[in-house]
Design a protein around this ligand. Structure first.
Ligand code: DQA
Length: 150
């Protein structure tokens, strides 16, 4: 089964961000880890990153049309992009929201997520392991929905 792993703005420059918050992996290394974990859980991962709201909305439309499950780190768009929230609401397969950091333990503006209301669940605060936990959760979800992960 295909699995779309979407990453929002500034995650492409992960190694240049505050390492106390985001760790030391660069985006290529993070993608490698996600790729291996997803394959080990029987998914065909498609990992993408964009700084553009419009591009991410297009990818969510694509996932809705293809009924593809989505693991999504919307980055700063999490907190204010109702356009992305509306696109996520149209998905047909589950979406799991992930964050490297724990937004609820950070500044006030990060305490709101416009994605959480349409997500099956949110995993935050575990660094790259947030993605691994989300992949594991997704395997359980699509399995329980009768999908195949093979
Ligand atoms: C983030 C948390 C967001 O608040 C922030 O804007 C990001 C990354 C995370 O993965 O911890 O860019 O989504």
């Amino acid at each position: 089964m295909k699995l779309l792993v979407l990453n929002g703005p500034n995650l492409g420059r992960l190694d240049l961000r505050d390492s106390a918050i985001y760790g030391t992996l660069n985006f290529t290394e993070l993608s490698q880890l996600i790729m291996e974990c997803a394959i080990n859980h029987g998914f065909e991962p498609d990992i993408r990153q964009s700084d553009s709201e419009s591009e991410i909305i297009g990818w969510l439309h694509e996932a809705a049309d293809a009924k593809t499950p989505v693991i999504f780190n919307p980055a700063a768009f999490t907190h204010y992009s109702h356009a992305i929230g509306d696109a996520a609401a149209m998905l047909k397969a589950p979406l799991i929201e992930v964050h490297l950091s724990n937004p609820l333990a950070r500044e006030e503006f990060r305490h709101t997520s416009v994605i959480s209301p349409v997500a099956a669940g949110t995993i935050a605060g575990f660094g790259p392991a947030s993605y691994e936990l989300a992949i594991r959760a997704m395997q359980g979800l699509v399995g329980s929905l009768g999908g195949s992960t093979a």
